[in-house]
Design a binder for this molecule. Sequence first.
Ligand code: ZN
Length: 202
Amino acid sequence: MIQNIWCIGRNYADHAKELGNAVPSEPLFFLKAGSAITQGETLALPEWIKDLHYELEIAFQFGNDRRFSHIGLALDLTERTLQSQLKAKGQPWTLAKSFQGSCPVSALLPLSGSPDSLNGSSEWALQLKVNGELRQDGKSSQMLFSPEILREFALRHFPVVPGDLLLTGTPAGVGPLHPGDRLDGELFSDGKSLLRIAWKRP
Ligand code: ZN
């Protein structure tokens, strides 16, 4: 059972710009409930969700020594209209970000301990296709705060426990998700495909 999902907003400059936000000088953290995690291909969402947006993100899992032990992909599903309203009022984003089913997660791959250990990887990348069309294409070198900086920031400020996830933010290209849409995500290590995941909104 994953207790906490530590999320980062505006970690790619081009995504901060597309939503009209300033580029932050410190990591912008927010939380999703650990119980918002879902696995499996079908996105099951509360019926009150109207303006659903996808954000594909590289996710790291904390191990027992609170270093990163696993990597995968996650969707930071967002009710964008609600988020904009909450932002305008200076209120927390919880309703827009932490609803039931708001964090679909792929398989998580171990970073070390295998013959082709991923610990030596110098660049991570992700791609997202919606209905076969490439919408998001980002890499870790474009992040304003690297995964390691985010890990250290999280440990310094928050009660991180083993098993927690850290979502590293989304690149540009976010957009609405309509009934019947299909999402295909892919994670890369130094240009090599590591995993693929498909989701569908019923
Ligand atoms: Zn996000």
